[in-house]
Design a protein around this ligand. Structure first.
Ligand code: SF4
Ligand code: SF4
Length: 143
């Protein structure tokens, strides 16, 4: 059974509209590495959120073994309405997600993937390997 433990990365990388928390800024209610100071009364958006590492069903659960967000420095989220896999990079490590290119390649051919980095948003979809490489290059060129 997985648990957030000392991870609080979603409290940094995600926008929380109910409390006007912008994306990529620590929430004022978050004690980094500890957790939410208003846990019992946290916004519904927070109550409803579970990253994929924490809450995905199989076969994702097994595929994401070892990819705890505070270790790999990105948060994976599923946008149900648009059927998009979102990758939210930790602003402190904006390129670290690229180390998992093979993983994203394996899912990218079946799913639409959007990567959110402080340098920009990459809309990457059902891509073959050469397209992924171009997207990785594009991140490098963004300032
Ligand atoms: S990113 Fe995932 S593991 Fe980390 S605190 Fe959020 S829900 Fe928990
Ligand atoms: S309110 Fe709590 S759970 Fe929601 S983003 Fe802030 S610290 Fe995280």
């Amino acid at each position: 059974m997985r648990s957030c433990g000392t991870c609080t990365l979603c409290c940094r990388v995600l926008e929380v509209k109910e409390i006007s928390k912008p994306k990529d800024q620590w929430c004022q209610n978050c004690k980094p590495d500890k957790g939410c100071e208003i846990y019992e009364t946290r916004p519904k958006e927070c109550q409803d959120f579970s990253c994929l590492w924490l809450g995905a069903p199989e076969p994702w659960h097994t595929a994401l073994e070892g990819m705890k967000p505070n270790r790999v420095k990105f948060v994976l989220a599923w946008h149900d309405e648009n059927q998009v896999l979102q990758v939210h990079a930790d602003p402190g490590y904006p390129d670290k997600w690229k180390a998992f290119g093979k993983f994203f390649l394996s899912v990218g051919e079946q799913l639409t993937v959007a990567v959110f980095t402080p340098k920009g948003v990459l809309g990457v979809g059902k891509f073959a390997q050469d397209r992924w490489k171009k997207e990785f290059d594009k991140v490098d060129k963004l300032s």
